[in-house]
Write a protein that binds this ligand. Sequence first.
Ligand code: PXG
Length: 289
Amino acid sequence: MKVYIDGKFYDEAKAKISVFDHGLLYGDGVFEGIRAYHGRVFKLKEHIDRLYYSAKAILLTIPLTPEEMTRAVVATCKKNGIRDGYIRLVVTRGIGTLGLNPNRCKRGSVIIIAGKIQLYPPELYENGMEIVTVPTTRNLHSAVNPAIKSLNYLNNILAKIEANTAGVEEAIMLNAEGYVAECTGDNLFVVKAGQLHTPPLYAGALYGITRGVVMELAAAEGVKVSETNLTRYDVFNADECFLTGTGAEIIPVVKVDGRVVGTGKPGPLTRTLVAKYHALTQTSGEPIR
Ligand code: PXG
């Protein structure tokens, strides 16, 4: 594997950054997780846009234009012979001094890794997964805004540990008001009476790119989609539930906090959306060439 760091490619073993990089010292930076399917980078523009929005929110100057970044991502895939894979794009605050002042960091660093990802075992896609609600709530907007895909993922990692402790792979995170925000690395949807509902972004969800695609696919199917505050009660009593994310794609949820959701099997709308999503991934995206 060849890893892109600041304009050069390095062998995996030599792909290293400084211990003085504030990305390491303080989690000061932003990232994206992107997928390639069938020789194309899926929704690359949307991911690049979100990266620059995240960077803007933390006053981080990315040392490449969005066009240069797009070319660097495609070049890294090409260099690694990626047709189907996972791309991790990281921008750190760069090398600084000890002390958290970012003004001491002269230049941000750009890292692009193109490899593979397998978040959940295949049987969970077939049979649906069980999730729980965890005690760790989503960050407040007034603290580290959950819309920023920053290198500081401890909020989500703590929730993931709580999920694992409970014996499951993913967890519902509530916001400080007790409404459903999202999961640790996935957005959440429920189906009720033929309509699709997902928490609004102000509930503390990431502006999920898969979320956006699924909302468009559902609308194209004539399904009404609403962004509305959801409680755990709404999830327990949904007809169907599923999660969306670049890594997870669309994964059915069949049990939440010990309550069976719907029939206890992946529902018909979930299955339709999975099929439409897979079809889309095979036919659209930025060509790797
Ligand atoms: N919420 C959070 C907190 C995320 O981190 C999503 C929702 C889904 O967003 P997208 O844009 O991907 O539909 C994410 C994205 C990993 C991994 O390594 C996590 C994500 C994506 C890819 C890999 O666990 N999370």
